[in-house]
Design a protein around this ligand. Structure first.
Ligand SMILES: *Cc1c(COP(=O)(O)O)cnc(C)c1O
Length: 373
């Protein structure tokens, strides 16, 4: 039964964010169109510099999207045919597909209640063929890095961070993307720092790897006329960088607002029904790309919220190991019980920075009304 109200809460509102920065973005795009500097220009150089500063890494390399950031990292590390790479089955498709695209075999390990990789499960998944772990900071919450770093060291594996959902997230004061061999970011319109289209970034502190990645994104070119190896065209557009340079300045404010909204949910929904809420463990600074609650009443709650003008999502309804695309890997239902249980219980509440307090309170009171009835 719908509570009488006119408040609507969309899941995202990209237009609201744009309204805030419209004049400056249009000015910068105009200047860029006048200049005609579309590929590998100054805006990109500036963006890469400030992105590296943000992450506390030596390099940040703009690429075409987050999937390429992962794929090019694997490729540059020489990971391919006959190799295995371990990642989380509850992540976005690309955490798994990038491994397959590099020619290697995706191997999945189950997650914990917090939706991040279970280090013990990762340890069990290691074989003589394992070359790397892709640690996903899912939902914008740092993965269990100290355990994963220890495992990687012990077995001589590369640790690649999938930071697509976690720009700005920190663990013990250190930024995600600065722990691993590389950090891979997506700038997809729905991510916390968003291009007007596709984009991605690779961070690293490794000089030789950075040189390799700069070539790998640009036809293997060492300079204007010489290519060292055949490679992809996976550059981040200068035009996107111009927009992103404006947004980089606003990112801390947007992130704080996401965290404040998460705090309102955590406070307002504590102890309500059987809800399991995300939280910050000690030393963690999550950026709440998503605010995912878990409840056995998920489907009914989702419908009740929709009836009350609140849009929610499910990230993700089908885990990677059960996708048709992954059938050749031979996984089956039951292989990853925590992931599969969460598939049926997770619900993403709206958490974008432009939500008003009134909208957030409406979500909270509607959820309380559902569990009270
Ligand atoms: C979005 C996302 C990606 C892929 O990024 P694209 O820019 O869409 O290619 C990879 N991993 C995770 C966890 C993501 O959320």
């Amino acid at each position: 039964m719908a509570v009488a109200t006119a408040i609507k809460v969309p899941y995202v509102n990209l237009g609201a964010q744009y309204a805030d920065i419209k004049a400056e973005v249009l000015e910068r795009i105009g200047a860029l169109l006048d200049s005609g500097a579309f590929i590998l220009g100054d805006e990109l150089a500036q963006f890469e510099k400030s992105f590296a500063e943000l992450c506390g890494t030596k390099y940040a390399i703009g690429v075409a999207n987050g999937t390429d950031a992962l794929f090019l990292s694997l490729m540059a590390l020489g990971i391919g045919k006959g190799d295995e790479v371990i990642t989380a089955p509850n992540s976005y498709l690309a955490s798994g597909s990038s491994i397959a695209l590099a020619g290697a075999t995706p191997v999945f390990a189950d997650v914990l209640d917090d939706m991040n990789l279970d280090p013990a499960a990762v340890r069990k998944a290691i074989t003589s063929k394992t070359k790397a772990i892709i640690a996903v900071h899912l939902t914008g919450r740092p993965a269990h890095m100290s355990e994963l770093i220890a495992i990687a060291k012990e077995h001589g594996l590369h640790l690649i961070e999938d930071c697509a959902q976690a720009i700005g997230a920190k663990l013990d004061g250190k930024h995600v993307g600065s722990f691993g061999t590389t950090g891979c970011f997506s700038l997809h319109p729905l991510k916390n720092l968003a291009a007007a289209g596709d984009g991605g970034v690779i961070t690293t502190n490794d000089d030789a790897l950075a040189t390799q990645l700069l070539k790998a994104r640009n036809h293997g070119m060492r300079d204007r006329d010489h290519s060292d190896f055949f490679s992809y065209n996976s550059r981040l557009d200068n035009l996107q960088a111009a927009i992103l340079n404006v947004k980089m300045r606003e990112l801390p404010r947007w992130t704080e607002r996401r965290r404040a909204i998460a705090g309102m949910y955590q406070h307002g929904l504590a102890g309500v029904g059987d809800l399991l809420l995300p939280n910050d463990r000690g030393g963690e600074r999550a950026v709440y790309h998503t605010f995912i609650v878990q409840t056995t009443k998920r489907d009914a709650l989702k419908q009740f919220l929709a009836d009350n003008g609140i849009d929610t999502k499910i990230h993700y309804p089908v885990p990677i190991h059960l996708q048709q695309a992954a059938a050749y890997l031979g996984y089956k239902c039951g292989d990853f019980p925590v992931t599969e249980k969460q598939t049926a219980t997770i619900l993403s509440l709206p958490v974008f920075a432009e939500l008003t307090d009134e909208q957030v309170m409406h979500v909270i009171s509607s959820i309380k009304a559902y569990f009270a009835s």
